[in-house]
Design a binder for this molecule. Structure first.
Ligand code: PLP
Length: 231
């Protein structure tokens, strides 16, 4: 094992790392002399603040840590292809990793000049777009939850943020069959197995569509799941 990779918050789970969880992971990595890689691309998209939550893994740490983010989620601009990596941890390890990464970045992953020059202004726009995305995702999530009849066989998993909702669905007829039924009605969802859930059946739904479109799709989704309840 060379590294431990954590997606924090998880996509699509929206589960953030707690400070004590991060401390334990960093201690484990330091003890095993492996790197900790933390993908924080969704870190700005929490529904609400939480005191014990780790704000970023780019902090002092006993483990060599690579903390990743980028414009695709920070500014909702995936097409601009600009990401970054903060390296923290014991100084000699950071120095060595930085010089190796610099070579890789220069030789294989060079960054476009236009996007570099535009970066300060692009970053300025993040507050407004992030607020709009957070508000839209929260409204869409609430709308989906409101469509769940009492006692339904499906439910939404708890989440602290992100751009997706996870529905726990009955094991029959199965994730794929439900996703295909929905696709036939024009609603695109991902079956849970795309994300390797250890057990249970799930559908993953994007919370990003405009509210009218989302509500139309959510109604069809609730219909299909209710019809499925009857069988
Ligand atoms: C958790 C996570 N990390 C990284 C990425 C990719 O980001 P980028 O567009 O900067 O390659 C994604 C894209 O959806 C993601 O979900």
């Amino acid at each position: 094992v060379r590294a431990l990779l954590v997606v924090a918050p998880g996509n699509p789970t929206g589960a953030f790392l707690r400070r004590e969880e991060h401390a334990r992971l960093a201690a484990l990595c330091a003890r095993r002399q492996i790197a900790l890689i933390v993908d924080e691309v969704f870190a700005d998209y929490a529904w609400s603040p939480s005191p014990g939550r780790l704000a970023t893994a780019a902090i002092e740490s006993p483990a060599l840590t690579f903390t990743l983010s980028g414009l695709s989620k920070v500014c909702a601009l995936p097409q601009l292809k600009l990401g970054w990596c903060a390296i923290t941890g014991p100084a000699p390890l950071v120095r060595e990793a930085s010089s190796r990464l610099e070579l890789i970045a220069d030789a294989y992953l060079s960054l476009g000049t236009p996007v570099q020059l535009a970066l300060p202004e692009l970053l300025e726009t993040r507050h407004s777009i992030q607020r709009q995305i957070r508000e839209r995702c929260a409204r869409n999530r609430a709308a989906l939850l409101a469509l769940r009849p009492a006692g339904a066989a499906w439910d939404l998993l708890a989440s602290e943020g992100g751009w997706s909702a996870i529905l726990r669905v009955p094991d029959a007829p199965g994730e794929e069959a439900l996703a295909l039924l929905l696709l036939a009605r024009g609603v695109l969802v991902q079956p849970g197995y795309f994300y390797d859930f250890a057990r249970g059946s799930y559908l993953v739904v994007s919370l990003l569509p405009g509210e009218e479109t989302f509500l139309r799709a959510a109604r069809l989704l609730a219909d299909v799941l209710s019809a499925n309840d009857l069988h």
